[in-house]
Design a protein around this ligand. Sequence first.
Ligand SMILES: Cc1cc2nc3c(=O)[nH]c(=O)nc-3n(C[C@H](O)[C@H](O)[C@H](O)COP(=O)(O)O)c2cc1C
Length: 188
Amino acid sequence: MKKNIGAHAVMAPIPAFIATCADKQGNSNLITISYGGIINANPVMVYMSVRDTRASYPMLKETGEFVINIPGENLTKETDICGIRSARNFDKWELTGFTKVDASIVNVPMIKECPVNMECVTRHIIKLGSHDIFLAEVVATHVDEEFLDEKDKVIIEKMRPFGFCYNSQDYWTLGEKIGHYGWANKAD
Ligand SMILES: Cc1cc2nc3c(=O)[nH]c(=O)nc-3n(C[C@H](O)[C@H](O)[C@H](O)COP(=O)(O)O)c2cc1C
């Protein structure tokens, strides 16, 4: 027996990443995002949905640029901090102790401590209701070399990203690898 619990987006896990953004004066901020993901392969495009009440929102609107910083599970606390504190009251660079690193194309700092940084340029903004969705092209991707194999594929078990479950509001580590794309065919 299933219970209809109403309209809920019960997809789990979803990402929890830290987006960095900056205004034209060079003031920058960090915001945790779980409404985000991949939306196009060529060009490589991603999205994130942001409420217009966030301090980050005017920065994102002003420059259209941001960096998606993917934290490892060692940075769960810092990820939470960037999602419960606002730049209106705190300097989140100071709170987290994160180190700013210049990006290669966008004028937004990247987080050194995060193993992956994706430089993004917004191509479209769509108002959906509670959130605006920023549809952005990834123009550069930086990965700590220690997490790359010889084919430049990310070694997930070494990088140890984590997921977020919106419904329960919990962070979860990844478990064991249980399959591979196309694996079902080969098993015939
Ligand atoms: C795990 C997690 C996920 C979040 N996802 C989003 C999101 O997708 N979009 C959004 O607008 N806010 C999201 N938030 C809330 C913002 O990160 C939070 O309001 C933050 O304090 C905004 O910072 P700012 O005011 O400095 O921009 C999330 C918070 C957490 C803890």
